[in-house]
Design a protein around this ligand. Structure first.
Ligand SMILES: Nc1ncnc2c1ncn2[C@@H]1O[C@H](COP(=O)(O)OP(=O)(O)O)[C@@H](O)[C@H]1O
Ligand SMILES: C[C@@](O)(CCOP(=O)(O)O)CC(=O)O
Ligand SMILES: [Mg+2]
Length: 388
């Protein structure tokens, strides 16, 4: 049997970075998914049993003989866990040894943290079972759209769906979602994976990828929002690669250097996110008030972008996107960790298609890549395929 899972990426409408320091943030899922396929191997005496990981997006395959994994983790009982556990101490060392042996090319070294998160989730949830896991994504990796969280959420979902901790109907056809208790467990395990990739994640990315739709999030607590406006966002990928862990660490260092000033910055972001939460839930009887809501969202996005600049996470390419869209009176802000990656631009409902085409053409002439995303959508889902 093959288990498949898919988990969406996200955009942060307000509050990235500040959310790591306890401010409110607002995020939404987008309909671009990371897919995981899990096939547990049937025992065979012919081939040496192994755990295989195929990363389609980066065209890499890794394989560990189960005997090698056993050797790296002599204390099997301490490893296997039915409740979400953090990777620390001896486990961190054992995983680092297994990843080092792969000789990942220097140009793709950012993958090492993803492979480490994979090993931690796989070994903690499935133990030393031989299997093949194939991962692919529609999301650009390391661009601010939460590929790391979608990776961890989809992985946790597939791995948990074939354990006793989660009760799922194996006969159900097509994509289906989990119950609340199961979602909670998937989300908590995914957070443990995100910790390995991000260092100090807030948990907003894995939470929105698990639950879907729009959420307001603060210090691990989520409020699921029912938005009355359907916002349309242009996403521009500057294609400048960056690493979330390094950017999050950079903001923390700035906070240590200027604690007083940064506390005000984070507090201002908190107010922006709270106002956005209220604005998005306000009733919309006609087009005029949709426009008024959009104008408020635009202003909040601009204010948030200014504060992200003061945290030191903007980038020359992000500034180019801001200036370009401003020429068309459109508001933009970076999304995710910044330092490159993706920028959001609100496309008001009454904006003509001609203007949208012009903005996209101008942005793409700079070498950027544009696409349009609806705000909100499904969270993680699962599907079982029985070979006949
Ligand atoms: N589909 C994938 N295949 C392999 N690794 C992935 C995949 N998706 C995410 N990752 C891991 O997540 C890292 C990117 O995470 P991050 O820097 O947080 O950026 P973002 O979450 O914004 O895409 C990658 O370097 C890799 O380690
Ligand atoms: C910067 C941050 O707020 C969001 C990071 O998102 P991404 O990995 O850049 O998609 C970090 C976090 O909340 O964990
Ligand atoms: Mg990430």
């Amino acid at each position: 049997m093959e288990v498949k899972s898919r988990a969406p990426g996200k955009i942060i409408l307000a509050g990235e970075h500040a959310v790591v320091h306890g401010s409110t943030a607002v995020a939404s899922s987008i309909a671009l998914y990371t897919y995981v396929s899990l096939r547990l191997s049937t025992p065979s005496s012919e081939n040496e049993e192994s755990l295989k990981l195929v990363l389609k997006d980066v065209d890499l395959e890794f394989s560990w003989p189960i005997s090698r994994i056993r050797e790296a983790f002599p204390d099997y009982v301490a490893l296997l866990s039915s409740t979400p556990a953090s990777c620390s101490g001896d486990s961190t060392k054992s995983i680092a040894a297994l990843v080092e042996e792969l000789s990942i090319p220097e140009a793709k070294i950012g993958l090492a943290s993803g492979v480490s998160a994979f090993l931690w989730l796989y070994l903690s949830i499935q133990g030393f079972k031989p299997a093949t896991v194939v991962i692919s994504s529609e999301l650009p990796l390391g661009a601010g759209l939460g590929s790391s969280a979608a990776f961890c959420v989809a992985l946790a979902a597939a791995l948990l769906s074939v354990t006793d901790s989660v009760s799922v109907d194996l006969c159900q056809q097509g994509w289906h979602s989990f119950g609340e208790k199961e979602l909670d467990l998937v989300n908590k395990w995914a957070f443990e994976g995100e910790k390995i990739i991000h260092g100090k994640p807030s948990g907003i990315d894995n939470t929105v990828s698990a639950y879907g739709n729009i959420i307001s999030f603060r210090s691990g607590n989520l409020t699921r929002m029912k938005s009355n406006v359907h916002l349309k966002m242009l996403i521009t990928n500057t294609k400048v690669g960056r690493n979330t862990k390094a950017l999050v660490a950079g903001v923390s260092e700035r906070m240590l250097r200027h604690p007083g000033a940064m506390a005000f910055v984070f507090s201002a972001v908190d107010s922006i996110s709270k106002e956005l939460t209220t604005v998005l839930q306000s009733p919309t009887p006609d087009h005029l008030s949709v426009t008024q809501i959009e104008e408020k969202v635009e202003e909040l996005m601009e204010m948030n972008q200014g504060l992200l600049q003061s945290m030191g996470v903007s980038h020359a390419t992000i500034e180019t996107v801001l200036q370009t869209t401003l020429k068309y009176k459109l508001a933009s802000k970076l999304t995710g960790a910044g330092g490159g990656g993706c920028v959001l631009t609100l496309l008001p409902i009454l904006l003509s298609a001609t203007v949208v085409d012009k903005v996209i053409a101008e942005l793409e002439s700079n070498g950027f890549q544009c696409f349009i995303a609806g705000v909100g959508g499904n969270g993680v889902e699962i599907s079982f395929e029985h070979s006949s």
